[in-house]
Design a protein around this ligand. Structure first.
Ligand code: UD1
Ligand code: CA
Length: 447
């Protein structure tokens, strides 16, 4: 029988140092709010319940957490991490199993690391995720003996000798629900900060004859975000992990430091990515495709062997089949483009469906919006759209049709037809010479 698991996510902080109208834990790392990272981490570990502890001032967190199916426990006022966990007790009444405490502002812990925290229950009653700190500063210190954890001592309460310890508390702790809440009930605020420290439960449980241990993580993984500078550090750490993973899986990054991924970016092997490319959420790039420099993609599916950019912008709902081309200064949105079709230069293609082998000339614009509604443009297989065409949607261009360049196309075009939707050209023979002669005479008179 597998043990039941639950998580408590602490998010009752005031976010003062972010200087933001938004609660800290809603700020994104890799295109996903920090709290959603932590929720996904907990879910990945198979928890059946997640309780999110928020303050009264975190209405935005509450809304976001409820939308993700988390239970809410309100902690008001905030009297420390031990008090925060106690506030989650009612929501977990009757739950028998293991509980992990996570911080909503610590987004980068990996699934395998959290698994090791739970694995520690095979030998110990409680486990704490620790790390070797470059600068231990204000972190709680882990007092150990062999694999046993004896105590967590907050920096402010440390002796000079304890301050020398570099093994620090990440904040992640796990114990059975029974142990966790029975120990939290006994935590006091008899300390320098006058707070209820969750960290005191190590000594309390040891006093009950139970053992605790440390599971090790890298410092980058347990990085906590307090201000915008930490947020940038977390983003950088996330990007480093994604770039390495992409290259390992067979993606060429010509200048890795300038390519930015989202949490859910999917790149198949033999994709090549040039410098300065940004992936917003929801992008998949299939085998052998090339993304040239300065392109921005979001919510897009790029087919096998496709060629994108430089300077392309693929917006949500873009679905490009194999061997398509979307060139420089082209913007697509809700555009489904068939096999081998090309939109090579300076175009906007939105709310459109293009068949296979379509050629869209430079400067083509789908006029999809009338100020109230969006309308669709459909272009059949093998159609040729002349340069500088304005396609006033809703409009359908039949397969194999030709559009003369410069047309404002307001009516459907039948299959294989040629549509000319511009005024006829008038040539006036000799007009230029006559004009110049008149102007020259006038100039002579003036001087
Ligand atoms: C805590 C740990 C410390 C550890 C460090 C890692 C304690 C007593 N100390 O210290 O050992 O090295 O994290 O970053 O646990 N929170 C609440 N309610 C509260 C207080 C905090 O929800 O009343 C939440 C905060 O929003 C935050 C987390 O708990 O997400 C940590 O709180 P914080 O005050 O930053 O703890 P530290 O003093 O940094
Ligand atoms: Ca902190």
């Amino acid at each position: 029988m597998t043990t039941r698991r639950a998580a408590i996510i602490l998010a009752a902080g005031k976010s003062t140092r972010m200087n933001s109208a938004r609660s800290k834990v809603l700020h994104p790392v890799g295109g996903r709010p920090m709290i959603d990272w932590v929720t996904a981490l907990a879910r990945g570990a198979g928890v059946e319940k997640i309780v999110c502890v928020v303050g009264e001032g975190n209405a935005d967190v509450r809304t976001a957490a409820e939308a993700q199916g988390l239970e809410i426990a309100v902690q008001e006022p905030q009297q420390g991490t031990g008090h925060a966990v106690q506030c989650a007790k009612a929501a977990l009444a009757g739950f028998e199993g293991q509980v992990v405490v996570l911080y909503a502002d610590t987004p980068l812990i990996s699934g395998p690391t959290l698994s090791r925290v739970f694995d520690a229950f095979e030998t110990h009653a409680m486990s704490v995720l620790g790390f070797e700190a470059d600068e231990p500063a204000a972190y709680g210190r882990l007092v150990t003996e062999g694999s046993d954890l004896h105590a967590i001592v907050e920096a402010k309460e440390c002796s000079d000798e304890q301050l020398k310890i570099t093994l620090c508390n990440s904040g992640v702790v796990a114990a059975s629900a029974a142990d966790l809440f029975s120990a939290c009930d006994r935590v006091t605020n008899d300390n320098i900060k006058g707070e209820y420290y969750l960290t005191d439960i190590v000594e309390i449980l040891r006093g009950d004859g139970k053992s605790a241990t440390v599971v090790h993580a890298s410092e980058a993984e347990v990085l906590g975000v307090n201000d915008r500078s930490d947020l940038a550090s977390a983003e950088a750490a996330f990007q480093t992990v994604m770039r390495e993973a992409a290259m390992k899986s067979g993606v060429s990054l010509k200048h890795p430091d300038t390519v930015f991924f989202s949490y859910d970016t999917v790149l198949e092997n033999d994709v090549t990515i040039d410098a300065n490319v940004v992936f917003g959420p929801g992008v998949t790039v299939r085998r052998g495709a090339t993304i040239h420099a300065f392109s921005h993609l979001e919510g897009a599916d790029v087919g096998e062997g496709a060629n994108i950019g430089p300077y392309a912008r693929l917006r949500p709902g873009t679905k490009l089949a194999e061997n398509t081309k979307v060139g420089n200064f082209v913007e697509t949105k809700k555009a489904v483009v068939g096999k081998g079709s090309k939109i090579n230069h300076l175009s906007y293609v939105g709310d459109a469906e293009l068949g296979e082998g379509v050629n869209v000339g430079a400067g083509t614009i789908t006029c999809n919006y009338d100020g109230y509604n969006k309308h669709k443009t459909t272009i059949g297989d093998g159609a040729f759209v002349g340069s500088n065409s304005s396609l006033v949607a809703p409009v359908t261009i039949g397969a194999g049709a030709f559009l003369g360049s410069g047309g404002v196309v307001t009516k459907d075009v039948p299959e294989d037809a040629l549509a000319l939707a511009r005024s006829n050209q008038v040539n006036k023979d000799g007009w230029g010479a006559r004009f110049r002669a008149v102007q020259e005479k006038l100039k002579v008179k003036k001087t």
